[in-house]
Design a protein around this ligand. Structure first.
Ligand code: ADP
Ligand code: MG
Length: 697
C-alpha cells in the first residue's frame, strides 16, 4: 500500500488520541496508520464471539468460546512437564483449563467453589474438553460473567501493539466518527439500488458487529458492509484511471483519415484472410485513428490469435497519412521477429522498417536515429530503446506496444507523453498476450478502450497437453526423436531458475548436452538469455528456417516467437512455472495445421497448487480460462506480471473476490461523473490521496 495514502476528512494526527505518544505513533505507521480516520479503514481480520456464554455440554472442538463455571479442583500434574489443571463445571458438563506456565499465586487463586469465566480455543483432551492457556477472570461473589455487546474484532497485528490497544484506539476513532460522520459519497439512489449501507454504518458494523452478525460471511469478505467499502475503493481506482481516458479525449492528435485504399490493398495482399474477430478489431482501431484525439486502445487476444497483423494494418494507415509508426516489443527476440514480419508485409509497398535496440552498434544506431529524426524512417521497430533519451521522432503518429502486460499504467503514460509533437499526442495501441478476465480488465485497464480477438485463425487444432514425471524423461526423448523424424520441429524448454541467468544458462546447457548425446541424428540448437543478440538471432533464424530440428531454450522464447512447423513442446520443471507463463510457452506450438503436443515434465511429488496448475493446462487451451484460474490461484499481481502491473494495492477490495462488483462500479462511475465531478474527485481523494492519482480530474 502506498505510504502516501491519506484518506479522509479528519486529518487529525493519531497523537490526538488518548494514549498515543510518538513511540506508539511510530509503531502504528507500520500498519500504515497516520491519521485518526485511517483507523476506521483498518478492518479486523476476524472476530471472536464473547457476546454469549456457551454451555460446556454443547462445546465443539476447534471453536473459540466464552465459558463460565465453578472451580471443582485445581491440581498440578506431571506429563513430561508440570501442568496446572483446573477443572470447572457449569452443570451441563466439565471442562479442563490447562496451564503450562503458571505461578504459585495463580495456582492458589483457583479455589474450589469460585466462579471463573474464560475464553479460548476448545480442544479435545484425554479427559474431555480442555482449553490451553485461556484468558480468564475469577468472579467475586455475586458478580456475574461479563459479556461483550458486540463481536470482538481482531486486528492485523504489528509488533508491540496489543489487540487491546488497537481496540481502544478504534473505539476512540469510532466515537469521533459518530460525532462527525465521514461524508457519504455514494449517491443515495445508487446505494438503494445496490442495497448498500452508508459508509459510516458499514464502518461501525465492521469494527463492532452485533452479536447476531453472520461471522462466516464476514470472514469470507462477502458481507454487505465489506462489499460497501470494497465497492467505493474499486470505484475510486476506476475513476482515477478512467480520468486518464477522459483526459485523452480532450487532447489533440492527428486524425488519420487518408489511406483507405492502402489499407484494403494491404489486407487483400496478405497470404491469408483476416478472421472475423481481426476484422472487427481492425474496424475499432481505424475508427479511433480517424478521431482528432489520441487513441488509447488495448487489444487482448490469446496466443496465436493474430494480433501482429492487426497492428500492421494500423501502421499502414499511419504511413498513408504521412506520419511515423513505431512498434515496441519487450525483448530483442520479439522485436526482431516483428521486424521480420513487418519487412515481409511492407516490402511490396517499398517500405523497409528501421531498427532500434539497446544492443545495436554505435554506427548503426546513429544511422537509425538520424533517419527517425529526419523522417526518412517511416516505420520503426525496436525495444524500449525506442523511447529513451536522445530518440527524436520527426512526426510520430502511432505507437504500438506489444505484450502489454509488462508495462504498467505509468509506463503507458510516459510513452504517450514522449511522442508529443505539433500534432498533439500519438495514437497508442497496446497488445497483450495475457488475456485477463473481463472484470479484472475493467479494473486494470480502465484507462484504455479494449478490443478482444476472440477467435483463432482457421485450421488450428488445440494443443494436446500431458504431464509426465521427469523419471520418464526417456520416453519423452523418444517422442522428440519420432516427431523430428517425421519432419516436424520441437522446442525443449529448460527450467526457469529464479533470479539467475547463470543457472538458467547452465541448466539449458546441461539439457542441450544430454539431448545431443541421446539424439545424435538430430540438428539441435541452443538459445538462452546470456547469448549475444546476434547469436540468439542466428539460432532462432536457423530454427525458423528448419535448419535446426530441436531448439533447446530457456524461457526467453516465452512470448511471441512464431514458428508454425514446430508442433512439439517439452517444458522441464513445469511445476515451477506459473499458469500464464506455461500457457504462453505452449502457445509457441499449435500454430500450423498439424496436431501439436505439449509435454509438461515435472519433478514428483507435486504440491497441491502445482497439481492444480498442470491440471488446468491439460483441460483447457483457452487463454481466458487459464487466466481466470491463474487469477484464482495467484492473485492479480502475479497474473499481470507483479509490480509492473501498475495495479495498485487495495486496502479492502480484493480483485479476485470482488471482481463481480466491477460492472456496477463502471456504471456507477459514469453516473457520478455525469452528476458531479466534485463528488468523483472526492472519492478518488478519499481512497488514493493526491499522490496516488493517475490523472487530473
Ligand atoms: P499473436 O496474437 O500471438 O501475436 P501472431 O500475430 O504472431 O499471434 O500470429 C500468429 C500466426 O498466425 C502468424 O504466423 C500469423 O502470420 C498467422 N496469422 C495471423 N492471422 C491469420 C489469419 N487470419 N489466418 C491465418 N494465419 C494468420
Ligand atoms: Mg504476438
Amino acid at each position: 500500500m502506498s505510504r502516501q495514502m491519506r484518506s479522509l476528512q479528519s486529518e487529525s494526527p493519531l497523537t490526538e488520541l488518548n494514549g498515543v505518544g510518538p513511540a506508539l505513533a511510530k509503531k502504528l505507521e507500520k500498519l500504515n496508520l497516520h491519521r485518526v480516520d485511517d483507523l476506521l479503514f483498518l478492518l479486523p481480520l476476524r472476530y471472536e464471539d464473547r457476546t454469549q456464554l456457551v454451555k460446556i455440554g454443547s462445546l465443539v472442538a476447534g471453536k473459540r468460546c466464552l465459558v463460565s463455571g465453578e472451580v471443582l479442583l485445581a491440581e498440578t500434574a506431571f506429563r513430561g512437564r508440570r501442568n496446572l489443571l483446573v477443572r470447572i463445571s457449569d452443570g451441563s458438563g466439565q471442562l479442563t483449563l490447562r496451564f503450562f506456565h503458571f505461578s504459585r499465586q495463580q495456582q492458589a487463586q483457583f479455589r474450589a467453589g469460585l466462579e471463573v469465566t474464560c475464553f479460548g480455543e476448545v480442544r479435545r483432551g484425554k479427559n474431555g474438553f480442555e482449553i490451553i492457556h485461556p484468558e480468564y477472570r475469577l468472579l467475586r461473589e455475586n458478580q456475574s460473567a461479563e459479556m461483550s455487546d458486540s463481536l470482538t474484532a481482531i486486528y492485523p497485528a504489528t509488533e508491540g501493539v496489543q489487540q487491546g490497544r488497537l481496540r481502544s484506539l478504534t473505539d476512540q476513532a469510532l466515537r469521533r466518527m459518530q460525532e462527525s460522520p465521514p461524508q457519504e459519497l455514494l449517491p443515495a439512489a445508487v446505494r438503494e439500488k445496490l442495497e448498500m449501507p452508508t459508509l459510516a454504518e458499514a464502518i461501525q458494523y465492521l469494527h463492532r458487529p452485533p452479536p447476531d452478525a453472520d461471522i462466516e460471511q464476514m470472514l469470507t469478505g462477502t458481507h454487505p458492509c465489506q462489499q460497501r467499502l470494497a465497492f467505493e475503493e474499486l470505484l475510486a481506482h476506476y475513476l482515477s484511471l478512467s480520468n486518464l481516458r477522459a483526459l485523452a479525449a480532450t487532447e489533440d492528435a492527428l486524425a488519420l483519415t487518408e489511406g483507405n485504399e492502402d489499407v484494403s490493398g494491404f489486407v487483400r495482399d496478405l497470404p491469408f484472410e483476416l478472421t472475423a474477430a481481426q476484422r472487427r478489431v481492425t474496424d475499432d482501431i481505424l475508427a479511433d485513428l480517424a478521431q482528432p484525439h489520441p487513441m488509447m486502445r488495448l487489444i487482448q487476444g490469446d496466443v496465436g490469435s493474430g494480433k501482429t497483423v492487426v497492428a500492421a494494418i494500423a501502421c499502414v494507415k499511419a504511413l498513408a497519412c504521412g506520419v511515423q509508426a513505431a512498434i515496441m516489443a519487450p525483448t530483442e527476440i520479439l522485436a526482431e521477429q516483428h521486424w521480420r514480419s513487418f519487412s515481409d508485409w511492407f516490402r511490396p509497398l517499398g517500405i523497409e522498417p528501421a531498427w532500434l535496440s539497446g544492443s545495436q552498434r554505435a554506427a548503426a544506431r546513429r544511422e537509425s536515429l538520424a533517419s527517425i529524426a529526419d523522417g526518412s524512417a517511416q516505420l520503426i521497430v525496436g525495444t524500449h530503446a525506442l523511447f529513451q533519451e536522445g530518440v527524436a521522432f520527426k512526426r510520430l503518429g502511432l505507437v504500438v506496444i506489444d505484450e502489454q502486460h509488462r508495462f504498467g499504467v505509468h509506463q503507458r503514460m510516459a510513452l504517450r507523453d514522449k511522442g508529443v509533437s505539433i500534432d498533439g499526442h500519438p495514437h497508442q495501441l497496446v497488445m497483450t498476450a495475457t488475456p485477463i478476465p473481463r472484470t479484472l480488465a475493467m479494473a486494470a485497464y480502465a484507462d484504455l478502450d479494449t478490443s478482444v480477438i476472440d477467435e483463432l485463425p482457421p485450421g488450428r487444432q488445440p494443443v494436446s497437453t500431458i504431464a509426465i514425471p521427469e523419471i520418464r524423461r526417456g520416453e519423452v526423448v523418444e517422442r522428440v526423436r519420432s516427431a523430428c523424424a517425421s519432419g516436424q520441429q520441437a522446442y525443449w524448454v529448460c527450467p526457469l531458475i529464479e533470479e539467475s541467468e547463470v543457472l538458467d544458462y547452465q541448466a539449458a546447457q546441461a539439457s542441450y548436452e544430454m539431448l545431443t548425446e541421446a539424439l545424435p541424428e538430430l540438428r539441435i540448437g541452443l538459445v538462452h538469455g546470456r547469448m549475444k543478440p546476434a547469436e540468439k538471432e542466428r539460432g532462432m533464424k536457423a530454427f525458423k528456417e528448419g535448419l535446426i530440428q530441436l531448439l533447446v531454450a530457456t524461457t526467453v522464447i516465452e512470448v511471441g516467437v512464431d514458428v508454425p512447423n514446430a508442433s512439439l513442446m517439452i517444458i522441464e520443471n513445469a511445476e515451477r512455472m506459473g499458469l500464464s507463463q506455461l500457457h504462453q510457452l505452449r502457445g509457441r506450438v499449435g500454430r500450423g495445421a498439424v496436431q501439436s503436443h505439449c509435454v509438461l515434465l515435472y519433478k514428483s511429488p507435486l504440491g497441491r497448487t502445482a497439481k492444480q496448475r498442470l491440471g488446468v493446462l491439460r483441460d483447457t487451451n483457452d487463454g481466458f480460462v487459464v487466466a481466470q484460474k491463474d487469477l484464482e490461484l495467484r492473485g492479480p499481481g502475479e497474473l499481470l506480471g507483479t509490480r509492473q502491473t501498475g495495479l495498485p494495492d487495495y486496502r479492502i477490495a480484493n480483485l479476485v473476490r470482488d471482481a463481480e462488483l466491477m460492472p456496477q462500479v463502471q456504471i456507477t462511475a459514469e453516473i457520478i461523473r455525469k452528476d458531479s465531478e466534485h463528488r468523483a474527485a472526492a472519492i478518488v481523494r478519499r481512497w488514493l490521496g493526491d499522490a496516488g492519482r493517475y490523472g487530473k480530474v
